[in-house]
Design a protein around this ligand. Sequence first.
Ligand SMILES: [Zn+2]
Ligand SMILES: [Zn+2]
Length: 280
Amino acid sequence: MKRRKSSLLLKTAWKNIFWIGLMHLLAIAFAIQTFTWGAFICFFILYVTTAMIGICVGFHRFFAHKSFTCASWFEKFLAFCGTLACQGSPLYWVAAHRLHHAFSDTHDDPHNSNQGFFHSHFMWLMRQQRDLGDPNEYQHYIPDMRNKRFYKFLGQNMVNIQILLAFLLYGIGSLFGHGWSFVVWGICVRLVAVYHVTWAINSLSHMWGNQPLMSHDNSRNNFILALLTFGEGWHNNHHAKPRSARMGLKWWQIDISWMFICLCRKLKIIKSVYMPGASH
Ligand SMILES: [Zn+2]
Ligand SMILES: [Zn+2]
């Protein structure tokens, strides 16, 4: 895994700036006037599907850390839900996250929290980093994933899939007389919420909270962030025991993603689950 010697900033990532900026502009401009309870339910369902199932359980605990094994159809489902969060291809996301763990809070960390809140929250996405801008380069960090054509397909069609989802939401919303409300809340408001919650793990979870475990970086445990992020806010636990499928290690450390993993295990969709010190 080790490689990367301060991958300096190359050029401005205009595509990221355009897309993230557009979602924020549309959400701010239209969220209030398009609010309906139906649109809010649509937002909530997609928020849970993309943030928890897609990012927390899928991209993070399954793909990046191999915290559990599961049926092949479920693996594809996790990759699809994660892609709906519009944070890049599964391959790119996993490569960036593995770099974060390998070089946490150093110059080689893609979102080094020592460079300040704004850098680790989102500014790091506004510049292409040498080995994260080029799939041929970041393949080095994902030897277990690089040949999966389905993940490549998802990455290449991420925006197209989002546009198809927008049409679908418009159709469903129109049945209730609120087509545009469903699009604004199901796509723009939801993406902005998922972005900031995910980004908060890179920024606030390395600044705000306590550090009960030794992790050699700035990672923190934070109860409020853990609730907002489906358990990912037990971030000091996570950095200390990165492969653990469970991040809330104490009974009172609520970890909703872990509850979801337990449910899937009961349903026999998820098979062996990795826990610190034991394999179940
Ligand atoms: Zn971290
Ligand atoms: Zn991680």
